[in-house]
Design a protein around this ligand. Structure first.
Ligand code: MSP
Length: 671
């Protein structure tokens, strides 16, 4: 197998800061499909995925949960319904799974960092800049959008620290050349974005170490620094092949590096198409052949986010409708390069239309007729007819079209090609009317050939559908009586007629049962509402940041107020307010600047809660506000705070804000 062609493909390594959602599943399913397609073509494939486990965010989340960062990530990666369980459920056939906390990776990152340092490409300096905590990214002033992180739109904070820098600027011209003059970055539309927004604005040297937190790979020659998570993360693609470590043989690196393609989401294209090649250039390592930046799955046109509580749980969908149906939908409905709007309705319609109707019916009609008219085994005596040529030609051309699309990662088109043939086969049933042929004994050879052609068409289609729906295709082959691998191979997918004429079909279970859309949509909606409520409850737990999950200690109430009447109480106008925006303030470390909608208008409220709440944890939340508090000028009159957020004191001088469930009407009065 020395001359066997090689293919190395990767997913991004996911942050195990919370459970993965349908967006992460989308990218992994696409990568898996590509890996399976290449295996089908006879390539020796290395498919790598994993988790990116270091960084401030994970450190903070673990602290909030009262456990160590390692315990926190272990639970999300290896625990029940964690990352690995999800990939198993979704039939993800990865060859290797890397965790950046793996010893071999940590040691290799230290060596890599040192190598770039020794070369002079990493040097020590002072970092002053804007930092987006959730994205773990530093930004220059010019890159900010409305003063916020250009990736996630959240507020950034001023940061200053002694740090190591990578000479990104040195590689600017070479990276520009790579992007502009080669097909390294795909789709092509992403090239302009990178060149105009980043390279041509001037690449500054990149800050590649942190001293403000500990949860990372220590710089071994200066241990108060930890390596910037993106260096730690990007080199996973090579350490997982044994580069600079002994966990895997060097031959893996020699065989598979450079990668054929990294599939990554659009917001991390910058890291993969600028920083990654520049660091590889510094290390004198070959560059990956391609980086493909795919679009996002959106929900109601916006981003899915755990803190908004609007993530779609792939577990629920795969368990209800099968992993294969979900995989099919993800790659059939959304063009891989652009954003797509996810909805349960689209999912159910797609399953019903394509899988239950077109494919499912073709299979069940074909096997049922073979059973009914021939007891399952077709006679070898078969007669061609005028309707055959078009179907056979189309089926034989399918593999070529499919291959052209798959090579461009155009999964949607490859599936459309297959389903065009399936639709043609259904039409062929109408044209040949087997039930009429069956009435005439003399036409039995013709009937046999019609059923054979249908079975062959199904075999070809199922062969090409294997990378998309592996388990369902196994079932289809079982019903078609295909037991030999040679009849589900890449070669046989362009060889109509390879199956012996006297084949035996088995009528079996309905592989894709039709879904009662109305009932399912109602049930999914109810489940999602419940999940959202649970997510919110969990979030408010997490928001008791830094406090272990123990029962709150009883407080001694020493600050009783004199008794008041009900009317006195009613003078306080408490209302449900919705936090529409929230930012840290450069003028004060204690205050957050909130924009709160009170049902009529948006008001500015400055609240001294910055120590306990991060802005991104509050946006979208419904809280109790004191709406008739006299407006109060603050910061020498620069701001006027028009209300107060209701919060409970904690014994250590902190505070906890109670949140209303989403159903609470914004602006309604609280009594
Ligand atoms: N850890 C980094 C990647 C390091 S790779 C060396 C990271 N992790 S992530 O968990 O935040 O995101 C991983 C991938 O999931 C990204 O490619 C991102 O685009 C993708 N997705 C997250 N949400 C998504 C959607 N809603 N839709 C599609 N993909 C999205 O970034």
């Amino acid at each position: 197998m020395e001359n066997q062609k090689k293919f190395y493909i990767t997913t991004p390594i996911y942050y195990p800061s919370s459970k993965l959602h349908i967006g992460h599943t989308y990218c992994t399913v696409a990568t898996d499909t590509m890996a399976r397609y290449k295996r089908l073509q006879g390539y020796k494939v290395m498919f790598l995925t994993g988790t990116d486990e270091h960084g401030l965010k994970i450190e903070q989340k673990a602290e909030a949960a009262g456990i160590t960062p390692k315990q926190f990530v272990d639970n999300i990666v290896e625990g029940p319904r964690g990352v690995k369980d999800l990939w198993k459920l979704m039939e993800i056939s990865y060859d290797r799974f890397i965790r950046t906390t793996d010893d071999y990776h940590v040691a290799a990152i230290q060596k890599i960092f040192k190598k770039m340092y020794d070369k002079g490409d990493i040097y020590k300096g002072t970092y002053k800049g804007k930092y987006c905590t959730p994205c773990e990214s530093f930004w220059t002033e010019s890159q900010l959008v409305n003063g916020c992180c250009p990736d996630c739109g959240r507020p950034v904070v001023d940061a200053e620290e002694e740090a190591y820098f990578f000479r990104l600027s040195k590689y600017s011209d070479r990276v520009r050349d790579l992007l502009v003059n080669t097909d390294f970055l795909q789709p092509r539309s992403r090239v302009n974005e990178m060149v105009n927004n980043f390279i041509d604005k001037g690449l500054e040297d990149l800050c590649v170490s942190r001293t403000s937190f500990n949860w990372g790979v220590p710089v071994d020659f200066d241990p108060k620094h930890v390596v910037y998570v993106w260096i730690d993360a990007l080199f996973n693609y090579t350490t997982a092949l044994g580069f600079m470590n002994d966990r895997y043989p060097d031959s893996d690196y020699e065989t598979f590096w450079p990668a054929d393609v990294h599939f990554v989401g659009k917001e991390i294209v910058r890291f993969h198409s600028i920083i990654w090649p520049a660091m590889l250039m510094s290390m004198d390592m070959p560059l990956p052949k391609h980086v493909f930046g795919h679009g996002w799955l959106l929900l109601d046109g916006g981003k899915m986010s755990k803190s908004l509580g609007n993530v779609v749980d792939p577990y629920i969908l795969a368990e209800r409708y099968s992993a294969d149906a979900l995989r099919y939908f993800l790659l059939r409905d959304f063009p891989f390069g652009t954003d797509g709007n996810f909805s349960n309705e689209l999912l159910i319609n797609r399953i019903n239309m394509d899988l239950a109707n077109d494919l499912g019916n073709l299979l069940s009609r074909t096997t049922a007729m073979a059973d009914k008219y021939f007891g399952g085994t077709l006679p070898a005596d078969q007669a061609e007819g005028p309707e055959d040529a078009e179907l056979i030609a189309m089926a034989n051309e399918l593999r070529g079209k499919y291959e052209a699309d798959m090579e461009k990662y155009a999964f949607q088109n490859a599936l459309a090609d297959v389903f065009a043939v399936i639709a043609r086969a259904n039409k062929y049933i109408d044209e040949t009317a087997p039930w009429v042929l069956a009435k005439d004994e003399a036409k039995k050879p013709r009937l046999a050939r019609v059923l054979y052609n249908l079975a062959e068409t199904l075999r070809l289609c199922a062969t090409l559908l294997q990378p998309f729906m592996p388990a369902a295709c196994d079932k289809i082959f079982a019903q078609l009586g295909v037991t030999e691998d040679s009849l589900r191979s890449w070669d046989s997918a362009a060889a109509f007629g390879a199956m012996p004429a006297a084949c035996t079909l088995h009528k079996g279970e309905n592989i894709f049962p039709r879904i009662d859309a109305k009932k399912e949509l109602a049930e999914l909606e109810a489940m999602e509402a419940a999940q959202k409520a649970a997510a919110q409850a969990a979030l408010s737990d997490a928001e008791k940041a830094g406090q272990p999950k123990t029962e709150a200690a009883p407080v001694e109430i020493a600050d009783h107020e004199p008794e008041i009447t009900f009317d006195d109480f009613m003078k306080s106008e408490l209302r449900v307010g919705e936090i529409r925006a929230c930012e840290a303030m450069k003028e004060s470390k204690k205050l957050l600047h909130l924009t709160v909608f009170d049902g009529e208008r948006e008001r500015c409220i400055l609240s001294g809660i910055a120590k306990w709440y991060k802005p991104e944890d509050l946006i979208g939340k419904k809280v109790a506000i004191v709406a008739n508090l006299a407006p109060r000028p603050m910061m020498k009159g620069k701001y006027v705070s028009e209300g107060m957020i209701v919060a409970a004191d904690t014994p250590d001088g902190g505070c906890i804000i109670p949140f209303f469930p989403d159903e609470a009407t914004t602006g309604s009065r609280i009594h």
